[in-house]
Design a protein around this ligand. Structure first.
Ligand SMILES: [Zn+2]
Length: 313
């Protein structure tokens, strides 16, 4: 078959998706998910369809989880041939982030894993592009914190010089980025005071308190990355509580979770067409979103290539 445009069409693959064994998912949910996929932007839809036959859902009462093949479970068992998506379907149907948000978030991890071709998650290990994505996330977080710290240091008018104020702002922001948590009880110096005020203001904004149509449910990708870059120093309680060393390894190196979660949350919002959430991402991550877009296009190209190889066999 000749494809005039380089994309997978819903009518070409809907049978494939419907025929797939997807564990505990009932007909009703399957239809609703299919309607969402059919209406999604082609770039994102293609990625979903290419790996739709890998989806195996198990309903649980806990929050969502993607289990790759070969991963170990707490009870000592190992996930065998296929991957698994675990989610609380009852909650996900009425997810305030959008119906089936968790399903698409975990599906994104699945896509990411299969594109990594058994080595790792694609978004975490692709060398330059992966590092570039992490660096741009960190830069965007730093710039936002500098902006807020500057507002705080200028109000009320401080007696220090401009250059002293600049030094203070930089020092405070680097402390926050390094994961230093400041509480009222720890405040001793003017720098501590600024650090506390900057952190409090940032957390309020991550909860979406500064704009009428913004709320914690359309700020998940933003709040998750601010929490991650600052190694939980800016945790605002809007996202899942990840285990220690989730964002950074014990040795301090980046774990790949930042890139992986940024992609998964973005993918879920894009599939559901949550425009407010996508605009929030663009505002908070003006440079990282450009890199992510480049990465997703590369992922789609590889996914279609993988499909072509398989089709020929
Ligand atoms: Zn995730």
């Amino acid at each position: 078959m000749i494809r005039l445009c380089n994309e997978i069409l819903p009518n070409e693959t809907s049978d494939k998706f419907v025929a797939v064994t997807i564990g505990d998912l009932g007909e009703n949910d399957r239809t609703k998910i299919f309607d969402i996929v059919a209406a999604a932007p082609p770039l994102y839809r293609d990625l979903f369809f290419r790996f739709a036959d890998k989806i195996n859902i198990t309903c649980t009462e806990s929050s969502g989880m993607f289990l790759r093949p070969g991963c170990n479970l707490p009870d000592g068992k190992t996930i065998s041939e296929t991957s698994q998506i675990r989610l609380n379907l009852v909650n996900d149907r009425v997810n305030p982030r959008g119906a089936f948000y968790t399903f698409f978030h975990e599906a994104a991890h699945m896509i990411d894993w299969y594109l990594g071709q058994g080595k790792s998650y694609f978004t975490s290990y692709t060398g330059d592009l992966s590092q570039e994505l992490y660096d741009s996330l960190e830069m965007d977080v730093r710039n936002k914190l500098i902006e807020i710290a500057r507002e705080k240091v200028a109000c009320p008018p401080s007696k220090i010089s401009d250059s002293e104020a600049d030094d203070l702002v930089i020092r405070v922001v680097e402390n926050i980025i390094a994961g230093e948590r400041m509480t009222r009880n720890n405040v001793v110096t003017a720098a501590d005071e600024l650090q506390l005020a900057t952190g409090q203001e940032m957390r309020a904004r991550l909860r979406g308190n500064d704009a009428p149509d913004r709320n914690k449910d359309n700020m998940v990708n933003v709040s998750s990355i601010f929490e991650g870059i600052t190694n939980k120093a800016l945790r605002c309680g809007c996202t899942d509580n990840h285990k220690p060393y989730y964002w950074y390894k014990k040795c301090g190196r980046i774990s790949g979770a930042h890139q992986r979660e940024f992609f998964a949350n973005h993918y879920a919002y894009a599939m559901l067409g949550n425009q407010v959430a996508l605009e929030n991402e663009r505002q908070y991550f003006p440079s990282a979103i450009v890199i992510l877009d480049e990465m997703i296009n590369a992922m789609r190209d590889i996914a279609l290539g993988m499909g072509a190889e398989n089709d020929e066999k």
